[in-house]
Design a protein around this ligand. Structure first.
Ligand code: IVH
Length: 703
């Protein structure tokens, strides 16, 4: 056995010292050796070398191949990283959602963040808050799962709940086996990126081979990681940092920083620039230092992330929407550039909002070509004093739509033209109206305005709504133009109608049988949908994802929700309207938008037609087993053991509905000190009033 796995001297030479011939020999030797270990490990379940030694062999193979890409053989170990899935990537449901971060741009935002943390946790001003500051890597986030110390699954963030299965791709980047004291289950989360030098080298190779040039390291990393053929990923120099974790079976630390150090000891690359601080002044200093250091770093960063170091505080703070309350991203200032406004147009949105857009002489800002910038509304145009032909400074920050920052009045020649805000919709020619007190002008066309209808359809199929793959902006516009899809329910009858049509869609230019079948398949996959997504997909004004979730959680079934919305239309005094308003987080503006939608007969009609095509799943309460699941709770008075926000978040995570007002439906009123009318009303209605202590006892032991 010794013989079989012995290594020759060449194996000790670093890849850059090898001649081409030596490299070829070394690759052949490595291929053979790795194949033997694979057989020993996978087929006989009896490895001959340690996992770390095995990893080293693969890494050496990869390093030599990166240096001599022309020597990569068909049977190279880097190509044998599992079979590529036949059709796209598989899906992975994250065991814990992958969240995103709220953004901050100014010192004030950071002060607000810390103030919110203090208030939420009920800390006094003197209590120290440890804040872990670290670079925000501009790459792609991933989640990697290890069981018994072995890498078993890798996924992209996706929509935060479901990501793409990139196990085979990540296998070529992350350690396949952990060292030391690893837990049974460990999910690490981090960012995959491409270093500047590797990016430049890749683009040189791409250019020489007449292949696609990548715009920036982030795109190159994305293009390299999201490859159906993982052997391509294996050939690209991708790196990663681990910055967090998902599911962990045993975890014995009290601070973020300690967990990161532990992950590093297990074999993961973590960022060396992490720093523990404890004040706004210190985080600002860290921020400025790193901003200065940015050009010297070998990778792109787009800001700093601040995290509350204590894990018990992180847990208490929990999440709001899709971001944790315990972390914030402090973005670097947007990148700016100067260009010329060639025209100003207006765009019509889904709710009829008219947005003026500056058409610009194309300019590269931060690696991206920008040719449009939003002007928001008429007030903003007036504030900027912008004219057609003006020289302007534009900026973009992250994924935000580019904006015009200022107009260079000195550069004017006198030929610039004033922009006149249109009085009628450029698409349907209905009047544009602007309600008193509103900054946004709207097209009054509603259903006759094709721009609004098309935008609604785009929203309907978008990622956080029905999420229909293969039915994007371009396809919606085409199907609309051809009068194939006019309403949401048309999407679900498309296949049936196509069967009866004289010419199938598969004969249209740009479509083929395969792509059309795939489209029908992805439509059919979405015939079942959660209530919150369904409500959100309808595109009702003011009903974003969060409000849709609140509604779904309150009404549980689609039928109950519909019935309640129709009933709420009977008037503000009605019990249904009052219930709608009592949902914590739903104000009058949102309630009215909801009611207005249901007052329109055609909306109800179109909803019913749609419901004949799709099945809406009942909302799940987050915790069915807790003693307060499904109960309606009202908090009143000053709480002493926890802040109001904390109490509310905790109750909701246990499946209770937190309401702002007491009614006969209320199950518990939790009364702190100095209560007023709510307590009185509860007593009148015979609703159970609990002290803060009694409430804590009731939920004690539940998580
Ligand atoms: S923590 C629960 N730390 O930024 C919050 N994120 O804008 C998890 N990112 O999706 C994020 N560097 O992909 C964290 N040091 C860092 C990061 C980082 C980059 C990315 C991450 C996240 C995105 C949010």
């Amino acid at each position: 056995m010794e013989d079989l796995f012995s290594t020759v001297d060449m194996a000790n030479l670093p890849p850059e010292k090898l001649t081409k011939q030596e490299a070829a020999d070394e690759l052949a030797r490595l291929a053979k050796e790795i194949a033997q270990h694979d057989a020993a490990y996978y087929q006989k379940d009896a490895p001959h070398i340690s996992d770390a030694e095995y990893d080293e062999l693969r890494q050496r193979n990869q390093a030599i191949e990166l240096r001599f890409p022309e020597l990569v053989q068909e049977d190279s170990p880097s190509k044998k990283v599992g079979a590529a899935p036949a059709e796209g990537f598989g899906k992975v449901t994250h065991s814990q959602p992958m969240l995103s971060l709220a953004n901050a741009f100014f010192q004030e935002d950071i002060e607000d963040f810390l103030e919110r943390v203090r208030r939420f946790l009920g800390l006094n001003d003197n209590e120290e808050i440890e804040i872990l500051a670290e670079p925000k890597i501009d790459g792609l986030s991933f989640s990697a799962r290890y069981e018994q110390g072995v890498f078993v699954q890798g996924a992209t963030r996706g929509d935060g709940t479901i990501g793409e299965d990139i196990t085979q791709n990540l296998r070529t980047i992350l350690p396949n086996n952990l060292h030391g004291d690893f837990p049974d289950v460990l999910e690490v989360r981090g960012e995959v990126y491409m270093a500047h030098e590797d990016f430049l080298k890749l683009n040189e190779q791409q250019e020489a081979a007449g292949k696609k040039i990548f715009a920036n390291p982030r795109n190159a990393a994305a293009g390299s990681l999201r490859q159906l053929d993982a052997s391509i990923t294996a050939q690209r120099a991708l790196r990663y940092f681990v910055y967090g974790w998902g599911e962990v079976s045993q975890q014995k630390f009290g601070r973020q920083q300690e967990v990161i150090a532990w992950l590093n000891a297990l074999g993961f690359v973590t960022n060396p620039l992490l720093e523990n601080t404890n004040s706004v002044e210190k985080v600002m200093e860290y921020y400025r230092n790193l901003y200065e250091q940015r050009p010297e770093l070998s990778y792109d960063i787009d800001g700093i992330v601040y995290k509350i170091n204590r894990l018990d505080w992180q847990e208490r703070l929990g999440n709001v929407a899709r971001s944790p309350r315990w972390a914030i991203a402090h973005k670097f200032p947007a990148e700016q550039a100067k260009t010329i406004v060639e025209a100003i147009d207006v765009q019509v949105g889904r709710t009829g909002a008219i947005t003026p857009v500056a058409r610009l002489k194309p300019i590269t800002v931060g690696g991206v070509v920008v040719s449009n910038a939003t002007l928001h509304n008429a007030d903003e145009i007036a504030r900027l004093g912008i004219k057609i032909g003006d020289h302007v400074t534009i900026q973009r920050a992250g994924d935000v739509i580019p904006q015009v920052v200022s107009v260079d009045v000195d550069a004017r020649t006198g030929k610039e033209k004033e922009f006149v805000f249109p009085e009628v919709c450029p698409v349907c020619h209905s009047h544009i109206t602007r309600e008193e007190g509103e900054v946004v002008a709207r097209c009054s066309g509603g259903l006759v305005c094709s721009a609004q209808m098309v935008e609604s359809l785009k929203h309907f199929v978008s990622r956080n709504a029905f999420d229909i793959e293969g039915l994007g902006t371009k396809q919606i516009e085409l199907f609309w133009e051809k009068e194939y899809i006019k309403t949401p329910s048309d999407i679900f009858t498309l296949e049936e109608r196509d069967k009866q049509a004289l010419t199938s869609i598969s004969n249209w230019p740009g479509f083929g049988k395969k792509s059309v079948d795939k489209l029908f398949e992805s439509i059919n996959l979405r015939r079942t949908i959660s209530l919150s997504r369904f409500i959100y997909a309808l595109g009702i004004r003011h009903i974003g994802q969060e409000n849709a979730k609140l509604l779904a959680r309150n009404y549980i079934t689609c039928a109950a929700w519909k019935e309640a919305m129709v009933a709420a239309g009977k008037g503000k005094e009605s019990a249904a309207y009052q219930e709608l308003l009592s949902i914590d987080g739903i104000g009058e503006k949102v309630a009215d938008a909801m009611v207005d939608f249901f007052k329109e007969e055609h909306n109800v009609q179109s909803l019913e037609t749609l419901l004949a095509q799709v099945q809406v799943e009942d909302a799940q309460l987050p915790q069915q087993h807790s003693p307060v699941a499904g109960k309606i709770v009202v908090f009143t008075g000053t709480l002493t053991r926890m802040t109001r926000n904390e109490a509310k978040a905790r109750a909701e995570s246990l499946g209770a509905k937190v309401s702002g007002s007491v009614s006969a439906k209320t199950d518990y009123v939790v009364a702190g000190e100095a209560t007023g009318s709510k307590r009185k009303k509860a007593e009148e209605l015979g609703v159970l009033v609990l002290s803060e202590e009694a409430w804590l006892e009731l939920i004690d032991g539940t998580e």
